[in-house]
Design a protein around this ligand. Structure first.
Ligand SMILES: *Cc1c(COP(=O)(O)O)cnc(C)c1O
Length: 422
């Protein structure tokens, strides 16, 4: 692909230079049309059986983006009481929120119970704590909150980096299959009912095979539970981070075709048809955002060219944390610079850390001071992982709406905002 910005009409006819001038850099820019189309597409992964896509909001919790998910018919997964509060504020009714925490304090479980939110427990210890919490709150034996879910560790994992593999024997997540008998003992002790089971094998796979294997495996495990209301297969669908090198999209149609017979097999003899769920985060939001950063200085050190931008690891941590690749387009005077002539350059941020690198020895059009570096695919685990390291206030977020208008969906943080906490 020559240019994602141009081929997707990302700025909907707006001049990115004007947007940068008006709202400042570094700036997260979202595209409403692209966000909605991804959210709509995950909502249709399963059409033959009852199904919901639960947008995993840790990928991006901007309340305006949560509202888009609400409108596109996604339910949501929350990882903390804070995320639950964001979702309630965005207008999600409690029955469309699923709480999937790990290692939480009793207060967070109480908060979920008070709000009537279905909770999945990630270990036997947390299941026990959940039971104790129901008792200490004096809930009746038939109280709806005595129905909960458990997260199963599927014994297999997948993902783009060891840090994002969440299934398998070497991860902290879920309850191992051999411990399932103890789930039933704890349920009996506290009058709990397992309403659903969930899993999540990891993040960012482009080949659906490990996920399909994990679905088959979870459905096998599900047969050991009776009358499940729902079975949740987890998230992790990838997006092409190397799209400028023609990486293809996640094969959604092929995936759907292969998934259906696996579900058919299960439904045929389970006795009832549960609600199926998945938990996509990245897929919903990643491609709907770019970061506009300003190139402040270009220099040479020992033969290497360093292009210093204002997109530090505090703005986008994925490259430093996971060695993640983000495609970069260069914008000069409002236009994308052609990729016909490329030269190896290293693009860095403005943070005092040698690991503060966006792209190392990357073939890019020759970058000049004053250009805009447009970092692609930053909608997931972008702003939500921002920090104020080096006392740099966190960037603003703007949305390019479907009608082409630009609206601020989070104002830029200020030094005063940071000072207030002292
Ligand atoms: C983060 C997370 C997800 C979403 O993962 P993506 O790779 O963004 O799709 C889903 N489920 C759980 C439990 C998670 O922790």
């Amino acid at each position: 692909m020559n240019s994602y910005i141009n081929s997707s009409n990302f700025f909907e006819g707006n001049n990115p230079e004007k947007i940068a001038a008006e709202y400042g850099t570094p700036l997260y820019v979202y595209n409403e049309r692209i966000l909605r189309s991804h959210m709509d597409s995950v909502a249709k992964v399963i059409t033959k059986y009852p199904y919901t896509a639960n947008y995993s909001v840790k990928a991006n919790t901007n309340i305006h983006i949560l509202k888009l998910a609400l409108e596109e018919g996604n339910n949501c997964d929350a990882m903390s009481a804070g995320e639950i509060q964001m979702l309630l504020a965005a207008g999600f009714p409690e029955e469309r929120i699923f709480f999937v925490p790990n290692n939480v304090a009793q207060e967070e479980l109480e908060f979920a119970i008070h709000n009537g939110i279905m909770t999945s427990l990630d270990s036997l210890a947390q299941l026990e704590l959940y039971g104790e919490t129901c008792n200490s709150l004096g809930l009746n034996d038939d109280d709806r909150s005595r129905r909960c879910a458990v997260r199963i560790n599927p014994g297999v994992g997948a993902g783009h980096h060891e840090k994002v593999v969440t299934g398998g024997k070497k991860t902290k997540f879920g309850i191992a299959e051999e411990d399932i008998p103890q789930i039933f003992e704890i349920c009996k002790k506290y009058n709990l009912t397992i309403a659903g089971i969930n899993q999540h094998i990891g993040s960012l796979f482009m080949d659906p095979t490990p996920y399909l294997d994990a679905v088959t495996n979870l459905l096998r495990i599900a047969r050991g539970f009776s009358n499940l209301e729902f079975i949740d297969f987890g998230g992790g669908y990838g997006i092409p981070y190397h799209k400028l090198d023609d990486e293809k999209d996640f094969p959604m149609e092929d995936f759907k075709k292969k998934l259906e017979p696996i579900l058919d097999d299960f439904v045929k003899d389970y006795g009832s048809t549960p609600l199926f769920k998945s938990e996509p985060g990245r897929f919903c939001v990643a491609e709907g955002s770019v970061i506009l950063g300003r190139v402040q200085a270009v220099k040479q050190n020992a033969g290497n060219v360093y292009c210093g931008t204002d997109v530090g690891m505090n703005v986008l941590v994925r490259p430093s944390m996971y060695d993640s690749w983000h495609d970069i387009e260069v914008i000069r005077d409002g236009n994308v610079v052609s990729r016909d002539n490329l030269k190896e350059q290293t693009v860095t941020g403005n943070i005092c850390e040698s690991g503060d690198i966006l792209a190392k020895n990357r073939p890019l059009p020759e970058i000049k001071r004053g250009d805009l570096a447009c970092i692609l695919d930053t909608g997931a685990y972008g702003w939500s992982m921002c920090s104020t390291y080096n006392s740099r206030p966190r960037p603003a977020e703007v949305m390019i709406c479907k009608d082409g208008s630009v609206k601020v969906i989070r104002r830029r943080e200020t030094i005063e905002d940071l000072m207030k906490l002292f």
